[in-house]
Ligand binder design. Structure first.
Ligand code: BDR
Ligand code: CA
Length: 306
């Protein structure tokens, strides 16, 4: 069984990524850490706690950075709603956040089990950059480091920048300069993971999970202009799916540098597929869509049954 530590900013697709991780027998979720992103930390932390209880997870949730390293906070509340889960208001959680800060939780968890933890980040990279500054050896101790972020063609918050990178480019730059091989699920890949009408049809028998979370969240998320035609992209679940079933993805080595100073290109992940000896990333380029949705549906069925 693989052990996964998920750094997230729930967020509708984050919520689905958490469900995928929890519903997958191949994974043990050892923690959720939260960061400001889609909405502020005052929402992402309660959302993570509430989602964990709604899914029946017994997992520590540690709150992290309230704002980017350098820049003012920039949210995506038009896409995810003012509290992060569209119009859905889940019952208040009984459990409190873990006493440790997310950065300490990440460092402590990874250092306690060298070579065992898949660290997966699906929000802005603020917590990960701070963890790297606190304990650079996390690069040696993680089993793998996987992100949802960036794009090698075009962005979604600006023509150049994808949200997670554009929200905190300085943090992303620290992460890509660190001596590890980041596995990257950017928009070119995640736009292949659309919750189309046919996909959503497969969720209809999932009881409360469907009625109280999936349907209203996906209605809200899918009403955003960028998603109306093909259905909403379930970005963050792709990074989790990779940890479970890497064979679902076509991967290509590359060098990625993050633009931090461009007037029009700040937050761009400049991707060189021809750099060879300076490669610092593995970039997912194609998705086995049928396999991906089978994996997600099976996991959601397990969550719905518990
Ligand atoms: C990413 O930004 C957020 O809005 C989503 O949760 C995802 O992590 C997509 O650009
Ligand atoms: Ca996210």
């Amino acid at each position: 069984m693989k052990r996964i530590l998920l750094d997230c900013d729930p967020g509708i697709d984050d919520a689905l990524a958490i469900a995928l991780a929890h519903g997958s027998p191949e994974l043990e979720v050892v923690g959720l850490t939260t960061v400001a992103g889609n909405v502020g930390l005052e929402h992402t932390t309660p959302n993570a706690l509430r989602l964990a209880e709604f899914y029946g997870m017994d997992v520590p949730v540690a709150a992290g950075a309230q704002r980017p390293l350098v820049r003012p906070r920039h949210t995506a509340s038009t896409v995810h709603g003012s509290t992060g889960l569209g119009d859905v208001v889940l019952p208040e959680a009984k459990r409190q956040p873990h006493p440790e800060h997310a950065v300490d939780y990440i460092v402590d968890t990874v250092s306690a089990s060298p070579g065992e933890i898949s660290l997966v980040a699906v929000g802005p990279l603020t917590n990960i950059a701070l963890a790297l500054r606190k304990e650079p050896r996390i690069t040696e101790w993680v089993r793998e480091f996987v992100i949802m972020g960036g794009s090698y063609t075009r962005g979604n918050v600006t023509p150049a920048a994808e949200f997670n990178i554009g929200a905190d480019p300085e943090a992303a730059s620290v992460v890509f300069e660190a001596p590890w091989r980041t596995v990257v699920f950017g928009l070119d890949l995640t736009h292949q993971a659309r919750a189309s009408a046919e996909v959503r049809e497969r969720f209809t028998g999932l009881g409360r999970l469907q009625h109280e979370l999936l349907a209203p969240c996906l209605d809200f998320y899918g009403s955003n202009r960028q998603y109306r035609e093909l259905g909403p992209a379930i970005h963050d679940a792709c990074a989790v799916a990779y940890v479970i079933s890497p064979e679902l993805f076509t991967l290509q080595e590359a060098r990625i540098d993050v633009e931090t100073s461009g007037r029009f290109t700040s937050g761009m992940t400049v991707t060189d597929f021809a750099s060879e000896e300076t490669n610092n990333a593995v970039v997912a380029t194609a998705l086995d869509q049928r396999g991906f949705w089978d994996l997600v549906t099976d996991a959601f069925e397990r969550v719905a049954r518990t």
